[in-house]
Write a protein that binds this ligand. Structure first.
Ligand code: PGA
Length: 251
């Protein structure tokens, strides 16, 4: 299974800025990315086309989207469908990112509906899960992860192709804070996620990627990526500059 290095740009970059950053990144990494690594750029909707254009032809580069609405089309002002994302060149999308859950109010149920609908529509999905600091302090890590995973994949067919569904463990207290989870915390959470996936999906769970996200930087990426059950990283802040993200991709 290829390791995935995903750049979540959140609400950053215009179309032309995105094009320039991707072009720089492709230039900096060209011919140097290990054969078992994939790089995914996840820009805002308005930059999907230009980012896609800039990465076209670059080996092992993919395009992803940050969000979608779980309907084919219709009277949903302001929303975007999975079919529109596929048409714009995205092959994956995020669901359940902590900012969608905790800033924009998405419930476990909504995340589950989106995950199943996105997969059914032909997108690959990166389902994000993770505990808040008060939940960790209260000893609720496993309970939170179990609840988010079970609800997140509730309607996903048990025989889903494992390369289509990835999980991202992103402790909320480590996102954008500079406070990265330590190896012990990452190992524990990722092993638990793998166990949950095995319970739900059986043998194919060993082929599902589990990414770590939360303050990944060039100086901690190689240690994190080498840990057991870590099949990639989901990077926010440090993915915005081509030079910084290239050092993570090449770490
Ligand atoms: P960060 O964000 O790397 O800035 O902590 C990660 C994420 O939100 O996916």
């Amino acid at each position: 299974m290829n390791k995935l290095f995903a750049a979540n740009w959140k609400m950053h970059k215009t179309a032309s800025e995105a094009k320039q950053t991707v072009a720089e990144l492709v230039g900096l990494t060209s011919g140097k990315v290990k054969a078992d690594r994939e790089v995914m750029i996840i820009p805002p909707f308005t930059a999907l086309a230009s980012a896609g254009e800039a990465l076209r032809g670059a080996k092992n580069f993919l395009l992803g989207a940050q969000n979608f609405y779980p309907q084919k089309q219709g009277a949903f002002t302001g929303e975007i469908s999975p079919g529109m994302l596929l048409d714009a060149g995205a092959s994956f999308a995020l669901t359940g990112h902590s900012e969608r859950r905790h800033v924009l109010g998405e419930t476990d149920g909504v995340v589950g509906t989106k995950t199943a609908f996105g997969l059914e529509s032909g997108l690959g999905i990166i389902l994000c899960v993770g505990e808040k600091i008060d939940e960790r302090k209260a000893g609720e890590l496993r309970a939170v992860l179990e609840r988010q995973i079970r609800a997140g994949v509730r309607d996903v067919p048990k025989d889903i192709a494992p390369e289509k569904l990835a999980l991202a463990y992103e402790p909320v207290w480590a996102i954008g804070t500079g406070e990265v989870a330590g190896p012990k915390e990452i190992l524990e959470a990722h092993a638990f996620v793998r166990t949950m996936l095995s319970e739900i999906f059986g043998a194919s769970a060993s082929e599902m990627r589990i990414l770590y996200g939360g303050s990944v930087k060039p100086d901690n990426a190689s240690e994190i990526i080498a840990l057991d059950n870590v099949d990639g990283v989901l990077v926010g802040g440090a993915s915005l500059k081509a030079d910084e993200f290239s050092r993570i991709v090449l770490a």
